[in-house]
Design a protein around this ligand. Structure first.
Ligand code: HEM
Length: 167
């Protein structure tokens, strides 16, 4: 019985979607920065050289020299677009199947690239810091809503990264 309750709490916690207020805070702040693709990827690489090193096109290169070349912009656009896709879907229970498909795929592609959970956590910290510094209206509630959005995202990505896509 105890196990069943624990299992129910874990499942509910892992896939709890954001409520309307939280979704509004996340979407509103993301809207302010999502056009700054190069700046976001630059911040991620600058703070995490180990993440930059996993990219075949950028490993061993001087970040200041590559930060606005075509390849960099192309990658930045792709990564930010993937986050945007998730943020568009979040906060609506009806989108759960689409969220699972999107994030299972993200986990699968990154599993083969050797991206680690630790690196995903660092990615999260850099994006949160970027949002805090560039989105304008930041508050504790916005930070908490983003934490929840990332928790929901990573519950699926990490499972898939482990080779167990969420159904
Ligand atoms: C929420 C976090 C992340 C998102 C949304 C994301 C998104 C993406 C997208 C959309 C692509 C290009 C499309 C594709 O080939 O799948 C990509 C490629 C890639 N990502 Fe991520 N990524 C994330 C985190 C990370 C982390 C933490 C690493 C750390 C090593 C990483 C490493 C890579 C690599 C190596 C590529 C391939 C680049 C290439 O094609 O040369 N990503 N990512």
């Amino acid at each position: 019985m105890k196990f069943l309750i624990l299992a129910a709490v874990l499942v509910a916690g892992a896939y709890a979607t954001l409520n309307a207020d939280e979704a509004k805070l996340v979407k509103g702040s993301w809207d302010k920065v999502k056009g700054q693709e190069d700046g976001i990827l630059y911040a991620i690489f600058k703070e995490n050289p180990d993440i930059q090193a996993k990219f075949p096109a950028f490993v061993g290169k001087n970040l200041e020299e590559i930060k606005s070349n075509d390849d960099f912009t192309k990658h930045a656009d792709r990564i930010v677009a993937a986050v945007s896709k998730y943020i568009e879907l979040v906060g609506n229970e009806a989108n759960t199947p689409a969220i699972k498909t999107l994030l299972n795929e993200l986990g699968q592609t990154h599993r083969s690239r050797g991206a680690t959970k630790e690196q995903f956590e660092k990615f999260k910290s850099s994006v949160a810091k970027y949002l805090k510094e560039h989105s304008g209206a930041w508050s504790d509630a916005t930070g908490a809503a983003w934490n929840k959005a990332f928790d929901e995202m990573y519950a699926i990505v990490f499972s898939s990264l482990d080779g167990n896509p969420v159904h």
